[in-house]
Design a protein around this ligand. Structure first.
Ligand SMILES: Nc1ncnc2c1ncn2[C@@H]1O[C@H](COP(=O)(O)OP(=O)(O)OP(=O)(O)O)[C@@H](O)[C@H]1O
Ligand SMILES: [Mg+2]
Length: 621
């Protein structure tokens, strides 16, 4: 029995048998074929090599039979040489076809992985923010990775496994029956002895595999959590390193124990497989030897049939789990399709128009908003991994109306959880309003193309995100063709140039976890520089809640003064200096605007605003 056959058998055992009971959606198969279509010629060539391979496999024992019966026994030297050369040549031909087959199958397999991956990436990227807040990204990524692999197996391993196993089995059993039906039947008597233990070991290995996946995932998530900067800091400050090490080694120990069990089971399986085959061969020799003695079969036939016997058990094992194999692949496809079929919540209208650059007036009309429910955006196949939240957020914004004239500064203040950040997310359509409308220059923002709308809006978040790339690359994310001079100019305006200039690598300094760590205020200023490069008509700024030191505060203020000039800006304000300069201040409480006006007006009202102001904290509860 070949190593490959054993491997194929082992592989199919690790598949999850529960999948074979799953129901496939109608249309899945035909949809899969559309993916196979570009590879039709490759698949056909591949199948041809598989068939040729199978034919070569049975022809060798037949040639050896002839070599013994017509060459060795009648002492025909010339024929012996001839046949030996032919057998050798066939072996080489077989090797060539094997490699050719692999070439075709790997091309189909990798091509398919490539197609699916690119498509899924492009699609997931288009999902709205809601999708990412509700989906465990890690779970999604690993699921997609393993499903893409699983789907690919349908086309290579499974396809080749099934086709070549069926063809080999038919040819081998057919040839054996043709040579001697008696020996064939005797050899097959041992079959149940072989199938049942195989199934048992298979189930055992498969449950261990699942457990070890689980444990491995836990182990790596422990490492992931503890070995990043913030996690490591928390461990140093609060954790007990010995406890952490102990937890980790308990998990690692379990992984090791399972590894030992699996290795032993694998070996047991392999040994029982080969020994059953060996016993069957002994049976065949014993019984066939007697048949040869009394002349019912020739010696060559005996040799050929025992050689064929060795080729019988591999395909049989491979096919014993074929249903599970195929279903695993199909289910993988289905899960990928599920992701591809998930329509982004925020959609562009088919007749969307471009929002022109230039000044922008914003009008918010009776806007209501509730965060989407989990089932509106989550994926059924991920439910076992991610636990979707079942309660809805309730109405977060309850009829907000205001107008921000072009070039003016609107400050939003109010207690934590009032819905300020939520309101700011609606403008660039990270979410769509559930009631009312938002207009820019008199047109509903849903009439604009997403690209042109977002091009006109620059957002500086509370805790801005920077990619783990150089400062220059981070800045160019806003304007890919910006020259170094433009970058420097933006950095100067954002009051961050002095810092960057003082770094040994300047603009090429790497930022983020593996590079230079920027302070909160520095990060915000860098984000302001990024926003300046984008030169949007509208600016949304979520001021950092953490109190900056006075030097940083001053620099950020300075940067903002320049950044906001001539732009329509919506600032979620925590700083007194920002609100003093505002053209209008909106005081938000529980999703409603309870007070509005300029600083002086609001102060004289002696309402919530003046109370917050006197406490020197615009977001206090
Ligand atoms: N993705 C989400 N899904 C469901 N509810 C959410 C989501 N994001 C925020 N919320 C809820 O919406 C409400 C308003 O949150 P929001 O972030 O807008 O408050 P905020 O006014 O910006 O507060 P802060 O001053 O603390 O930043 C909160 O009750 C919050 O729990
Ligand atoms: Mg907020």
């Amino acid at each position: 029995m070949s190593q490959y056959a054993v491997w194929m058998a082992m592989r199919s055992m690790t598949a999850d048998p529960s999948v074979k009971d799953q129901k496939l959606k109608p249309g899945t198969l035909s949809r899969i074929f559309t993916y196979a279509k570009p590879y039709t010629s490759h698949i056909i060539f591949f199948l041809v090599t598989v068939v040729i391979d199978a034919i070569l496999i049975v022809s060798t024992p037949l040639l050896l039979r002839k070599l013994i019966d017509d060459g060795v026994i009648p002492k025909n030297g010339a024929l012996i040489t001839e046949l030996a050369i032919l057998v050798g040549a066939l072996a080489i031909a077989d090797a060539v076809f094997n490699i050719a087959g692999r070439w075709f199958s790997v091309r189909v397999g990798e091509g398919l992985i490539f197609d699916l991956r690119s498509q899924v990436f492009a699609h997931v990227q288009r999902q709205s923010v809601a999708f990412f807040t509700r989906t465990q990204t890690g779970a999604l990524i690993s699921r997609l990775n393993s499903d893409v692999m699983g789907a690919q197996q349908a086309f290579t391993s499974t396809l080749s496994g099934v086709v070549s196993n069926v063809i080999s089995l038919i040819l081998v059993v057919g040839t054996m029956l043709f040579l001697s039906w008696q020996i064939t039947l005797i050899s097959l008597v041992l079959l149940p002895l072989f199938i049942y233990p195989t199934k048992w070991v298979g189930r055992k290995i498969q449950s261990l595999t699942r457990e070890s996946f689980d444990l491995n995932a836990k182990m790596s998530s422990t490492m992931n959590e503890r070995f990043n900067v913030s996690g490591a800091m928390l461990v140093s400050l609060y954790g007990k390193p010995e406890v952490e090490s102990k937890t980790f080694s308990t998990r690692a120990r379990k992984v090791a124990d399972i590894g030992i069990q699996m290795a032993m089971l694998n070996r047991l399986f392999f040994i029982s497989l080969t020994s059953v085959a060996a016993v069957a061969t002994a049976f065949a020799y014993g019984f066939g030897g007697h048949l040869a003695l009394n002349g019912s079969i020739s010696v060559g036939t005996l040799l050929a049939i025992t050689a064929l016997l060795a080729r019988l058990y591999g395909p049989l094992t491979g096919l014993s789990n074929v249903r599970v194999d195929i279903m695993t692949s199909l289910v993988s496809f289905e899960r990928i399709f599920e992701v591809l079929d998930l329509a982004p919540m925020v959609q562009e209208r088919s007749n969307a128009i471009t929002l022109k650059s230039g000044s922008a007036e914003i009008e918010v009309r009776d806007v209501r908003f509730a965060y989407p429910k989990a089932n509106e955006i989550s994926l059924a196949s991920l439910e076992s991994v991610a636990k979707p939240e079942l309660v809805q957020s309730g109405e977060i914004l309850k009829g907000i109306s205001f107008t921000a004239k072009a070039g003016t500064l609107t400050a939003v203040v109010g207690p934590s959880g009032a819905g300020k950040t939520t309101l700011s997310a609606l403008l660039p359509r990270l979410y769509d309003v559930t009631g009312g409308e938002i207009l820019i220059n008199g047109r509903d923002i849903r009439d604009f193309t997403l690209q042109s709308l977002r091009d006109q809006i620059g957002v500086v978040a509370q805790d801005p995100h920077l990619f783990h790339e150089s400062i220059a690359e981070n800045l160019r994310y806003a304007k890919s063709d910006a020259t170094d001079e433009e970058l420097i100019e933006a950095c100067k305006a954002a009051q961050i140039w002095n810092l960057i200039n003082s770094l040994p690598n300047g603009l090429d300094t790497m930022v983020g976890e593996r590079g230079h760590r920027l302070s909160g205020g520095e990060k915000q200023r860098l984000a302001i520089a990024r926003m300046l490069l984008k030169a949007p008509a509208i600016v949304i700024l979520d001021e950092a809640t953490a109190h900056l030191d006075s030097e940083n505060e001053e620099l950020v203020q300075e940067a903002l003064k320049i950044a906001l000039v001539g732009r329509t800006s919506l600032v979620i304000a925590h700083r007194l200096s920002t609100v003093m300069d505002a053209d209008q201040i909106l005081v938000m409480v529980e999703g409603e605007i309870v007070e509005r006006g300029k600083h002086q007006e609001l102060m004289s009202n002696s309402g919530l605003y003046s109370e917050l102001f006197s406490r020197q904290d615009l977001t206090a509860n």
